[in-house]
Design a protein around this ligand. Sequence first.
Ligand SMILES: *Cc1c(COP(=O)(O)O)cnc(C)c1O
Length: 394
Amino acid sequence: MGLFARQIVAELDAIKGQALYRQLRTIESAHGPRVDFNGRSMLMLASNNYLGLASHPALKRAAANATEQYGTGAAASRLIAGNLRVLSDLEARLAQFKGVEAALVFGSGYLANIGTISAIAGREDVILSDELNHASLIDGCRLARAQIMVYRHCDIDHLQALLRQSRAARRRIIVTDSVFSMDGDLAPLVEIVELARRHNAAVMIDEAHAVGVLGHKGAGLASALGLEREVDIQMGTLSKSLGSYGAYVAGSRALVDLLINRARSFVFTTGLPPASAAAAIAAIDLIEAEPQRIKILWDNACYLRQELARAGFRLGASATPILPVIVGDAQPALDFAEGLLRRDVYVLAIRPPTVPLGTARLRVTATADHTRADLDEALRAFIAAGREAGAIAK
Ligand SMILES: *Cc1c(COP(=O)(O)O)cnc(C)c1O
């Protein structure tokens, strides 16, 4: 073996030695309450398909129609020749849905976050970032070359202290998940907005797990709190509750115009495929027309949370349908997940660096299209596999 090949193998061995090795698993069916995996039908409790829209007939029809009308690809960056009508239609729909002036669609949430943060912040600026923010926000902060001040998770006093320390900056931007993706808790947005106003700072939130989940029309945390106009930048994805692919940034017209000019992950990349855009429009229409899906999602999540707690599992402080079942070390978390797979329940162990060291967990999500019988079946498997892996008493 050459030097490079040996180094790679050694690196992989080190990852395996820490029980942090990751592997792709192949699913052979569409996403739904059950999926086909390893030749078996499994209950799916690991997806972000909260409302069950990823294989909804209305979305599939919209995607198929858009493909017929516009073809399969946007064919260029949107600034060159790729700004298909369906993308502008989606942006108008998103702006209305989020209660703001304008929205801009990106190829994914990762691209939206790295492009936006690096477009609005530079060397003279300070970004104040929650310590549990999503990796794409962290990477955006790094790319911006701004000074990054990390505040303790949801700690308003710490945030305030950092705001006091950073008065000399040209611009200060507070960046936070609105729903934290691995814990399911909420950012203290009312207090953050209040602090930002007092210190003349801007606020950017990532609503990836809030859209389709929070607010009576599913428009996210800012909307649920009536803070659409106070939050400067609302980012969200089309790929979770909305069952499609892509992401958006919503805010003022000026913000969107600046991003069109400055966000490199918008300028130097091809426009979203028409099928994805049309499916996202159909998803927003559906959520607004049938908000009861959101209620079913919450009923299912609350039932699962209550029964997991009753069985003795250690649950994190979630306030949303994301249920973190905390295990601690990586290896027992893996064993627990394996035990569930053997019982035809698809749940994934989340390990560092996705979560802090010593907080490996199973991240469990029920969706709106699970039945009570599905959840009871999952609970039986959790109890059996949890005992086996030592996550609850035998
Ligand atoms: C999933 C996620 C993203 C990334 O979105 P993609 O469209 O999957 O790239 C960004 N932020 C948060 C909080 C997420 O959970």
